[in-house]
Design a protein around this ligand. Structure first.
Ligand code: TXA
Ligand code: MG
Length: 329
């Protein structure tokens, strides 16, 4: 746990904006106000920083995160907009609306931020402090609400400090936020679907669309659970290749996803990738989704995964690996 950081708190303004951009560029964790709630931001392209973010929040699992950008051009570099998505973006951005879209082919956002999904959640916040930081930093920023997992979302800098003091690098204090509940999330699938009610009323969205929003199942969104019910478009990532957990040796033809010193007969494997040769769980989390994808592409008969200790980020890694293992059975 990185509970030993010195958390700086700065009043919003030019100096704070520059300090925030600098900290983000260095892979740091920065809390800042958006119009909905305070967000805890890191560089969306920096897998290791994202792993530290999950750790700082004490999240039990790698929920996919929202990528915050400063303008539509930046949004289009990471998400594929159809006519409906464009219409909603033009009507409500900047503002408390998040769109879930297919990722672009060259999306720079780390796989860990999208929990390995082919879709990405994007939003352009309207809060001037958030906008200034995003503009100054110049890259997408993933930002869940800046609270410990299981606590309510923070609407003041003091809330953030009481949850995350010593766990993050910087808090930018922009006063109390306006909206106080998180953004409304709309999945721009074949038929747009309300994934999470939030700061933008459903009626406003339906007026612009000219028709109703499909309703997601009741358990579609929760802070601790899955983003969407299994079987739906945004169901968790699972490789096409069968996954075998807790492997202590290799069967010929298998690909190996190692952790720490590889198994003795690793040279029998069709391909080997090591989540962390040093056995570092933060590094392993940052590599997890990318390496699973890379091994999946090798079309081996099975991906054999070595045991991962079940503490710290290991719990979330094992949660995702278990889901990957049952995904195609
Ligand atoms: O107002 C907000 O949205 C705040 C501020 C900081 O912007 N952020 C926020 O983030 O509420 P968070 O991480 O607490 O909630 C993001 C939700 C997740 O619960 C997840 O279910 C959903 O967005 N989500 C993200 N990517 C998704 C995807 N590809 N498919 C479906 N749902 C997704
Ligand atoms: Mg939250």
């Amino acid at each position: 746990m990185n509970v030993s950081l010195t958390t700086e708190m700065l009043p919003a303004g030019e100096a704070a904006t520059l300090a925030a951009a600098r900290a983000l560029a260095a892979g740091g964790l920065v809390a800042f106000p958006t119009e909905t709630v305070y967000g805890l931001g890191v560089d969306a392209t920096h897998a290791k920083a994202i792993a530290l973010l999950y750790q700082a929040k004490g999240r039990p699992a790698f929920n996919p995160l929202i990528s915050h950008v400063s303008d539509l051009a930046a949004a289009k570099r990471i998400g594929r907009f159809d006519d409906t998505a464009l219409k909603l973006a033009q009507a409500f951005w900047p503002g408390p609306l998040t769109l879930v879209l297919p990722k672009t082919g060259d999306c720079a956002v780390a796989d860990l931020a999208t929990a390995g999904l082919d879709t990405i959640a994007i939003r352009i916040p309207s809060h001037p402090v958030a906008r200034a930081i995003l503009k100054s930093f110049g890259k997408p920023v993933v930002a869940p609400s800046a609270n410990l997992s299981g606590h309510v979302s923070p609407t003041t800098a003091a809330h953030v400090r009481s949850d995350l003091d010593g766990r993050i690098d910087l808090i930018v204090d922009g006063g109390p936020v306006e909206v106080g509940v998180e953004s409304t999330i709309v999945g721009c699938f074949d038929n747009p679907m309300l994934l999470r009610p939030g700061g933008l009323p459903r009626e406003d969205i339906e007026r612009v669309l000219g028709h109703g929003l499909r309703q997601a199942p009741p358990d579609a969104e929760s802070d601790s659970g899955q983003p969407l019910a299994p079987g739906m478009l945004a169901s968790h990532y699972a490789p096409r290749t069968r996954v075998r957990l807790n492997a202590t040796s290799i069967v010929a033809g298998e690909a190996l996803l190692a952790f720490g010193p590889p198994v003795a007969d690793a040279d029998k494997a069709a391909a080997v990738m090591n989540l962390s040769a040093q056995g570092d769980l933060t590094e392993a989390a940052a590599n997890l989704f990318g390496y699973l994808r890379a091994l999946d592409a090798r079309a081996a008969r099975t991906i054999a995964v070595m045991p991962i200790p079940n503490h710290g980020l290991g719990e979330a890694i094992n949660d995702r690996l278990r889901r990957a293992a049952v995904g195609r059975e």
